[in-house]
Structure formats: structure tokens, C-alpha cells
Design a protein around this ligand. Structure first.
Ligand code: E4P
Length: 221
């Protein structure tokens, strides 16, 4: 499963890129507002940190205006992926952009029916928001299971399931168990994946025993 990083904080992506954990990046208008930096600059910097897709979301809601914004955004770098809401206009814009060879990510997906529409439009990715479904008492992972099954039934559909609104490592693991193509994960959750008390305890013991042994690792000549 690919890991995209869900943030508009370039420094966070840089740290994760050093750890080899960045297959792409997703942003959204709320994340960009929180980062408080120029949108185009953020996207350009992200695109230099990864060769994978960097999702940049349109702000327009009408098809032609979306296409104009998409044109400006895709000029920033070759790996910009245009993120569009899963509305009739968003879908129409995605269809056009996909036909032109531009990557698209249909966002705010909350049902398998919406996901099917995105796939039929030829979207590169569709983003089901599991955390927001859990928030209203639904089971976000049920949607992922449905999508993986439905897309698997029709190999002609090439749209990738991009699990979004990931709130904790359990979401990521469940998505991987179900065979989702990608998960977009906030930086904090990626770092949480390293945590295990037995790793910390085991390392402390090894280091103490090593110290007590008086052994040394030979230096390179
Ligand atoms: C996905 O592309 C969105 O940016 C993101 O995953 C939304 O997450 P949230 O529901 O935690 O805001």
C-alpha cells in the first residue's frame, strides 16, 4: 500500500521523505488555510520533495471554472494531481482532465455509489473519508471493503482507492488488510506507526547490556 502524506506543512513531508515514507502528498483547502502559506508555493515545494502525486484541490464549484483552476495548478509541476469534489461538476471536470492525461483525485466520497461514479469518470484516485464516517456513527472501513470488492469485480476500472480521513494507525492497518491501494495519512499518524513499548524496552535493554559488556564496534579504516 502506498503512503501519501495528508498535510500542507512542507517541513513535515521533508522529514518523512528522509525516512523514505512519502509516496505522494494530499492537501485540502482547510489544511492549506491552517498552514498559512501561499498555496502555489506549497504545492511546488511538495512536488520537489516527491515524484509521486501531489493533490491540489480546486476552489471553484462549476465545471468550466474548475477546469480553469486545474489548468493553472497542473502547470506548477508534472506530478500535480487535481483534486475535485465528488459532485456532478467535479465529475465532469475529472472526466475531461483524465482524458487529457492529467491525474485526478475525487474527494469527499462517502458512499460506494459515489466511488463507482468516480471510477466510471476515469479518475486516477477516489478518496473515501473513513474518519468522518466513523464520526457520525457509520463504519468507514465498510465503505473501503465495498469499494475494493466493487473495483475488483471490474478490472476495466483503474481508479485507485485512496483511503482518506485516517485518524489513527488502526485505520491504516485495516485499509491495508482490505487491500486499498493508497492511504493518505497525517504526519503524526505515520510517526505513531513506529511506536511499540516492547521496541523501546528491548532497545533500552540491548543498549544497557552492550554498555556493560565493554564491547566496541570496529571503526571503518
Ligand atoms: C483527504 O484528502 C483529506 O485531506 C483528509 O484526509 C481529510 O481528513 P479529516 O477528515 O481528518 O479532515
Amino acid at each position: 500500500m502506498k503512503f501519501f502524506i495528508d498535510t500542507a506543512e512542507v517541513d513535515e513531508v521533508a522529514k518523512l521523505a528522509e525516512a523514505g515514507l512519502v509516496d505522494g502528498v494530499t492537501t485540502n483547502p482547510s489544511l492549506v488555510a491552517k498552514a498559512g502559506r501561499d498555496f502555489a508555493t506549497v504545492i511546488a515545494e511538495m512536488c520537489r520533495l516527491t515524484s509521486g502525486p501531489v493533490s491540489a484541490e480546486v476552489a471553484a464549484t462549476e465545471r468550466d471554472a474548475m477546469l480553469r483552476e486545474a489548468d493553472a495548478l497542473r502547470r506548477i509541476a508534472d506530478n500535480v494531481c487535481i483534486k475535485l469534489p465528488l459532485t456532478p461538476d467535479g465529475l465532469a471536470a475529472a472526466r475531461r482532465l483524465s482524458a487529457e492525461g492529467t491525474m485526478t483525485n475525487l474527494t469527499l466520497c462517502f458512499s460506494a455509489a459515489q466511488a463507482l461514479l468516480a471510477a466510471k469518470a476515469g479518475a486516477t484516485f477516489v478518496s473515501p473519508f473513513v474518519g468522518r464516517l466513523d464520526d457520525i456513527g457509520h463504519d468507514g472501513m465498510e465503505l473501503i471493503a465495498d469499494m475494493v470488492t466493487i473495483f475488483g469485480n471490474y478490472p476495466v476500472l483503474e481508479t485507485q482507492v485512496l483511503v482518506a480521513s485516517v485518524r489513527h494507525p488502526g485505520h491504516l492497518l485495516d485499509a491495508a488488510r482490505l487491500g486499498a491501494d493508497v492511504a493518505t495519512v497525517p504526519p503524526k499518524v505515520v510517526w505513531q506507526l513506529f511506536h511499540h513499548p516492547l521496541t523501546d524496552k528491548g532497545l533500552a535493554t540491548f543498549l544497557a547490556d552492550w554498555q556493560a559488556s565493554g564491547q566496541r564496534i570496529p571503526e571503518t579504516p
